[in-house]
Design a protein around this ligand. Sequence first.
Ligand code: NAP
Length: 415
Amino acid sequence: MNLTVGSHSIYLSDGNKIPLIGLGTYSDPYKTPKGTAYESVKCAINFGYRHFDGALVYFNEHEIGQAICEKIADGTVKREEIFYCGKLWNTFHPPELVRPALEKTLKTLQFDYVDLYIIELPLAFKPGDTFYPRDENGKYIYHKADLCATWEALEACKDAGLTKSIGVSNFNRRQLEMILNKPGLKHKPVSNQVECHPYFTQPKLLEYCRQNNIVIVGYSPLGTSRDASWVNLKCPPLLEDPLLVSIGKKHGKSAAQVVLRFNVQRGVVVIPKSFNQKRIKEDFEIFDFSLTEDEMKAIEGLNKNIRFVELLMVRGARWPGGAVGWTGSCSSVGLRFESRLGCLAMDWRPVLGVSPPPPALHPVLPGRLRFPVTPYGTSGFESVCVCVCVCVCVCDLGLPWLTSGQPCTCRSFFS
Ligand code: NAP
């Protein structure tokens, strides 16, 4: 297959097409200045990207939608040239919540449809607007999910024209089989988005998916941002691997371009994230070289079967009190303010010097406190908060001394 900048899409089993490279858009919302996703998406479109991987839980779909809509309005692209993948979050698995969740994404994006809508994880959290619900012991509150019922609700969204294609993410073979063997299956999952790169090549899942005409979309294809709050840092930095660097040198390419080309060349879609103009461009420049068979084999040989993304929430709440995934509002120096996202990505280590902090550092307050939480100032919801700890978080106060992207020390309440 001759892949070029202008022609690098492959067919999905439902007849739609997916570009082999897309821009990943997850970036720690508390460390990422407002407008970064917007600027990055516009710049990516200028460089030739047509595929964008997003999610409600990334809390930046409004910026991505705005960027795409503006590039459509100024005539750079047509909507049908854009491929947007959205994700159903864990709290919206009950069938009756699926369409409203997708409609929320569509409204935020200002789109009539997404190109692909996928179940982000095969596990469900307690339904509701608290994205990371936890009990009083800080354990995630799971919900008995019927994946097949959730899937049927996705099928209905496709039939209603709200999404062109439907798929899954983080599904293993057994979970895929549950869907594929479902009596009365109307639409097969067209794709499975999973971690995939030379240190985690997924040979078995890849083979199973190939047999079943399911495209693998490889997330964290560059080995992640190595954010210690959710990445397994025992795994060495992928892009420093001597073999990848030396293969890159032979081709006049970077290790990043080599790992992206590696996956693309074996039919795995890649969604590298970059919010840096130079690297956005670099990551897309993978269609002017190819890897030899020997190089492909040598890169496959790097597989360590190690995940960078540990998906801690799947293994149960290992971090007391909600170090990650807290949904609540913050209170800083006596001010109450709306946190932009709740506490999806709070970082308290600079203050406490340990991670995670021992439970004694966040004693349960007497009584329960209620704080309104209004992500992005749109549809608000409330969170019942029971704990308090001193932490560092990045707030979105709109105050000069606490602007988005600036760390501030504050007392933060988490549910
Ligand atoms: P990634 O794409 O493997 O790596 C992103 C990191 O690499 C960022 O720190 C980025 O920094 C840096 N980078 C980008 N281009 C580079 C280059 N050419 N050279 C050196 N460094 C470079 O990691 P990821 O964000 O974990 O995964 C990508 C996307 O997959 C996400 O954004 C998200 O859309 C999706 N994802 C999905 C799931 C899921 O459960 N379905 C899980 C994880 C991720 P700069 O931004 O500064 O360039």
